[in-house]
Write a protein that binds this ligand. Structure first.
Ligand SMILES: [Fe+2]
Length: 375
């Protein structure tokens, strides 16, 4: 349970707020490279402030605050098909080149602006049990009542979960029934990348889930996937990553809940614009949430003391590899196809090509080709 004041401290991201000052120490993806190639200037909103972002004649990028007499300039830079902005104090840190954004593979990015505060999405990320309930049991119920096949990867119960703070955030581990501590889900796990991302993947898909705080009550939730199933020598050429909006509400305004991220969006958005944490009950399975809040407190304090918070990179580098399980939920190649069919990638304009990629790779590996291929 949080006091009203502490809940505000944790959720407000505008200029001059404690969290806002912390969040201004990081880079954020704000537009696609494709968009500025099509039209060289775009209005963007980030951390409660409005900016103009543009592409220069020499191929660089610039960003400036709107409607300010003495406008503050930030910095903008391209990585992984997205243009990233930094609007904090100088000297600006390096833009972290996380593995998903630089590795080979086919890039596919679903995104939508959700009417909720970014922190409720991050707190959901450090609750591994929700997979079993919100996805597993709820999916099972829907599959039975609506007559589709339950994605098998989400049916196993959690034996235990673990959390470890590390240099980029929090590593989450889970041990599912039938697994041992030697399985990737426990031994390697996957990280919540402080302060606004989560790295997931497995079975030939690497993904960064990105939650850009637009303001206190709007978050752009992006699923940035790099498809790189082992067994292929090369991937189809892409000028730009595929980018598209995933849907989360139907024409009647109801949540679309027959896919994984649609279920997550329901959990995030239905808590209200800013979740009321004055009435919450933190239980034993919420260790991850408690750890994340402590990490925010410590790093707000670090910024106030004039230090860099965690995850701020000052050294130039080529690539930052994050720990992430390769074999997820003990599921084989069929996991990739279920991920696509029952995930936000179902809205990708290139969904059949993505599935074909995984099927061809499985064939090249000499595996049985699972059902669920392109129709
Ligand atoms: Fe989820």
């Amino acid at each position: 349970m949080l006091t009203k004041e502490l809940n505000e401290t944790f959720t407000r991201v505008g200029p001059g707020t404690p969290m806002g000052e912390l969040m201004r120490r990081y880079w954020y993806p704000v537009v696609f490279v494709r968009e500025l190639d099509e039209w060289p200037i775009k209005k963007v909103r980030l951390l409660g402030e409005d900016f103009a972002l543009w592409k220069t004649r020499d191929g660089g990028y610039g960003i400036l605050q709107k409607h300010k007499i003495r406008a503050q300039a930030g910095m903008a830079q391209a990585l992984g098909g997205m243009v990233w902005a930094y609007i904090g104090p100088f000297p600006a840190p390096e833009l972290p080149r996380f593995d998903v954004f630089v590795m080979d593979g086919v890039r596919d990015i679903g995104h939508s602006v959700l009417p909720c505060n970014w922190l409720q999405i991050m707190e959901n990320s450090v609750d591994p049990h929700h997979v079993e309930w919100l996805h597993g049991r709820y999916f099972n119920f829907l599959a039975q009542t609506s007559g589709f096949e339950m994605p098998s990867a989400f049916t196993k119960s959690h034996v235990k979960v673990g959390f470890d703070a590390f240099e980029w955030g929090i590593i989450k581990r889970r041990l599912l029934e039938g697994q041992s501590e030697e399985d990737d889900d426990w031994k390697i796990g996957h990280p919540m990348v402080f302060p606004y991302c989560m790295r997931v993947g497995g079975n030939g898909i690497d993904q960064m889930q990105i939650r850009v705080p637009i303001d206190d009550t709007h978050t752009r939730a992006m699923f940035y996937s790099t498809h790189n199933p082992p067994g292929l020598d090369s991937y189809p050429e892409q000028v730009y990553p595929f980018d598209y909006q995933y849907l989360w509400r139907d024409e009647n305004g109801n949540h679309i809940v027959d896919y994984i991220e649609g279920q997550d969006v329901m959990a995030w958005v239905s808590q209200g614009e800013v979740a009321d944490r004055t009435a919450e009950h933190i239980g034993k399975s919420d260790i991850g949430v408690t750890m994340l809040r402590r990490m925010f407190r410590e790093n707000i304090a670090a910024v106030q003391a004039g230090r860099d918070p965690i995850g701020v990179v000052r050294e130039p580098h080529d690539r930052i590899d994050l720990p992430c399980e390769r074999s997820k939920f003990g599921a084989g190649a069929e996991f990739a196809l279920q991920w696509i069919d029952r995930g936000s990638s179902r809205y990708s304009p290139h969904v059949d090509m993505l599935k074909k990629l995984h099927i061809e790779a499985a064939q090249a590996r000499g595996e049985m080709v699972p059902a669920g291929g392109p129709s």
